[in-house]
Design a protein around this ligand. Sequence first.
Ligand code: HEM
Length: 430
Amino acid sequence: MASRLASDDVDIPADIAATLVNPAAYADHRIHDSYRWLRANNPLGTARTEKFDPFWVVTKHAHIQAISRQNELFHNADLSTILTARAGIERIREITGGPNLVRSLVQMDAPDHPKYRALTQGWFMPANLGKFEARVRDIARHTVARMIEKGGQCDFVADVALGYPLHVIMEILGVPEQDEPRMLKLTQELFGAQDPDTARIREALSPEQFSVMMQAVVNDFGAYFRAITEDRRRSPRDDLATVIANARIGGEYMPDHDATSYYMIVATAGHDTTSSSTAGAIWALAEDPEQFARVRADPELIPGLVDEAIRWMTPVKHFMRSATADTELGGRKIAKGDWLMLCYASGNRDEDVFEEPFKFRCDRKPNRHIAFGYGAHLCLGQYLAKLEMRILFEELLPRLKSIALDGEVKMTQATFVNGPKKLPIRFELN
Ligand code: HEM
């Protein structure tokens, strides 16, 4: 980041900057305390920390949208798309020659991005997803049946929220059921890798060790999906893997690394995010019997419950962008090459956009949350995520008479994607 930014009123306080880069701060209220302070006092300031290159911290809904919609001025691929320590980025550069380990849709800009996105966009549109509704409902019914077998008590994350979206996306992708545990483990290592419970190495990792671990995870994914690609080229089926394996860019199959990255984003973006949002809804309802009774009595509130859970949880905490030219926003001079953190979870608590933003309200209307991002990279899987959550709640809520917390809720420690990792509940059946 250009040194001309080093003025006191632009820099955010060191203790607030420290929370933004600290995975543990995302597992409790501290990150929201920081966001709230920033929105009120320095909504577009710079964070300077020891181990990370400086970055702008974008906390207002309007600024996040403004940056996300100007896809030529703010690029995804030029710098790391997720917050990564300087040493980690250097290591990644040694491995790949660029700032990112993979080259999936989020690490692309025009002209490649629209071409690669177009390959599967139709698949993710409601018109096509309708075909899968019956299969998704089947998976939801099995999931609910397994929860009910637990006899009135369960950990909603382990017993319901984790497995369900994984089954759905694997079904759509065409990954056989026996391989799902492997996919789940790899995803958790990729996204929750900062959390001591899911990291391959349990003790605190140095940034260098962290990058090596990430590379191993990417290699595992690559090996797995190379075999799937070969299979689908030999014998195409009606699944998303067949679309990816046979897609052509300029008449050629996608390069191996791009195809692996494509599978990875579809396989990974679709479940930790959806499971966190699903768990968020149950967490909120368990704490609010009156709202639980209302949604149960009126299934028409379920789509609102789904959207509010996604806003309230905002599992993707940030993506990074970088400026391709000098520009101005919110009275700040942003220089070419500057790195910016879009804090979606802050935008979704923005007092200028949401009434009582900290309150969970399943009848919130309108609910203009930005948990799926905005602009050219707007989440490709948003309709799928909403469809699977709606169907699960349609199957689950009518079976329940009551629901309550049964112990402490624990969140994953991660600065990128996080949500509940333990949600003990008690429930009574109708
Ligand atoms: C509640 C669940 C989900 C949340 C909160 C979420 C959130 C996000 C966010 C914030 C982005 C970046 C948007 C931007 O930069 O403007 C994104 C991109 C993406 N998501 Fe999701 N996502 C969810 C579910 C899914 C599902 C189910 C899938 C599909 C299997 C999926 C696939 C993708 C893909 C492929 C992209 C990259 C799009 C691009 O760069 O063009 N997501 N998602």
